[in-house]
Design a protein around this ligand. Structure first.
Ligand code: 5AD
Ligand code: SF4
Length: 446
């Protein structure tokens, strides 16, 4: 690799989950602290960071096509420096270096605080890789938070010890770690000072968060939520992603008691078939899932439920798939994500017998998505007439129009006098499949 100047401008492209969005923001802050500037819209950046996702094959393949496109510059413009970050970097770092000589830096999700050093090395002519999973906290090495959108993410827990047989996360993000309570409280306060009014607590298995308060008393996720609810200026709290087996009584109770905790729960079930759930190593059944849900709804009857589903897991029969359709009806989702099973290298399911044909998966996915869409439309339609707050996140397409989120995480648009970051009171007037129209009542007293 040739020597070159250190890049002065950067662009970060994050793919995949919300934690990648969070990591992308933190990398941006890190680069800005080095004196680099984000590339202006429409302009080429001197450094492009691809913050990648490895969860499904399609997501991972995208990296190589993106690299190819970035290196194909027309005329005299030099190709940008390319850094591959995120979970593909972790899982396939060596392969990327071998397949794509134009990549200068490969950096894993637990090592990106070292990005400035790695960039300096690449600029000096030596390609640099760091996919260590050090026990020392990358978080401590990141700059203070200074800017935030009204709805911010905060990583509280990383990694996963569950080892569902289809999933790469335990390999790419590593073992479960919890960030210390004091650090989280401090970051939440900084985010609020920087403009956040809503914070979503992120973790691959966020229920596994464990910490201690100032007096060394143990705190779980519910305790963390209760303490964050006392932060002035923070108006809304959410968390994701939950595992049905790690839900505590305290967390369920918090949904009934903490006003700032939004009535929304992302609780993936993956399949409605107990045989498939066992093969997935999910360690819950369809029934135990529905019982957990009942307890949440007893605490918070208006809870909006969201979930994840995989169709075509190895060996899944038509009858087992039909059980998935049944649990969708039984659970009542306000929203859900569904995916075709994608064999991931190194995971146990990738070598299981009974891999399902692509056409069968396509057909099942279509039927599942139609069922989910009906549930989502029904949930939105049932919201019409409700009065609620909307956190304004951006302008809409029409003049005077604003877009934000309801407590149930529905997209709501309305026209009237408002500004980004306002918490306004609306009446939900009309429902569509993916959004609702609201009628502005007033600015909510915060
Ligand atoms: N194939 C398809 N979907 C997957 N997910 C995780 N691993 C795979 C895979 N190999 C889905 C799960 C998980 C969500 C984040 O992605 O539904 O909850
Ligand atoms: Fe993957 Fe299962 Fe862990 Fe979720 S709980 S990150 S699906 S291994």
């Amino acid at each position: 690799m040739q020597r070159r100047e250190l890049p002065r401008t950067y662009r970060i492209k994050s793919f995949g989950c919300q934690m990648n969005v969070y990591d992308g923001e933190r990398m941006g802050e890190l680069l800005a602290a080095q004196g680099m500037a984000p590339a202006a819209e429409g302009e080429e950046a001197e450094l492009v960071v691809l913050n990648t996702c490895h969860i499904r094959e399609k997501a991972a393949e995208k990296v190589y096509s993106d690299i190819g496109r970035l290196l194909k510059t027309d005329g005299d413009a030099p190709a940008p420096m390319i850094a591959v970050a995120g979970c593909v970097a972790q899982a396939e770092g060596e392969e990327i270096m071998a397949r794509a000589p134009g990549v200068g830096v490969v950096v894993g999700p637990q090592a990106y605080h070292r990005l400035p050093d790695l960039l300096a090395q690449a600029a000096g002519g030596t390609r640099a890789t760091d996919t260590d999973m050090p026990a020392d906290a990358k978080f401590a090495a990141l700059p203070r938070r200074r800017r935030s959108a009204p709805a911010a993410f905060l990583t509280v827990q990383e990694g996963c010890d569950k080892f569902c047989t289809y999933c790469v996360v335990p390999y790419t993000r590593g073992a479960e770690i919890s960030r210390p309570f004091g650090d989280l409280l401090a970051e939440a306060q900084l985010l609020v000072e920087a403009g956040a009014r809503e914070i979503t607590l992120l973790g691959q298995n966020v229920n596994a968060w464990a910490g201690q308060d100032e007096a060394a008393r143990p705190l779980g996720l519910d305790g963390l939520i209760r303490r964050l609810a006392a932060v002035d200026g923070l108006e809304r709290i959410r968390y994701t992603t939950s595992h049905p087996n790690d839900v505590t009584d305290g967390l369920i109770a918090a949904h009934g008691e903490v006003a700032k905790l939004m009535p929304y729960l992302h609780l993936p079930v993956q399949s409605g078939s107990d045989r498939v759930l066992r093969a997935m190593n999910r360690s819950h059944t369809a029934d135990s899932y529905l019982r957990v849900l009942e307890r949440f709804r007893a605490a918070r009857p208006d809870l909006a439920l969201s979930g994840d589903f995989i169709v075509g897991f190895p060996g899944e029969t038509e009858a087992e798939f039909a059980e998935t359709l049944r649990i969708v009806e039984a659970a009542g989702y306000a929203h859900a994500f569904s995916f075709k099973y994608s064999p991931r290298p190194g995971t146990p399911a990738a070598t299981m017998d009974g891999q399902v044909a692509a056409e069968v998966m396509d057909d099942r996915l279509q039927r599942l998505q139609a069922t989910i869409a009906r549930g989502q439309m029904a949930f939105n339609a049932a919201s019409v007439g409700r009065r609620c707050t909307v956190l304004v996140e951006r302008r809409g397409k029409k003049p005077g129009q604003w877009l934000g989120k309801s407590p149930w995480l529905q997209s709501v648009f309305f026209t009237g006098d408002a500004a980004i970051g306002d918490l306004v009171e609306v009446e939900l007037a009309q429902a569509g499949p993916n959004s609702l129209e609201g009628r502005l009542l007033q600015l909510a007293a915060a």
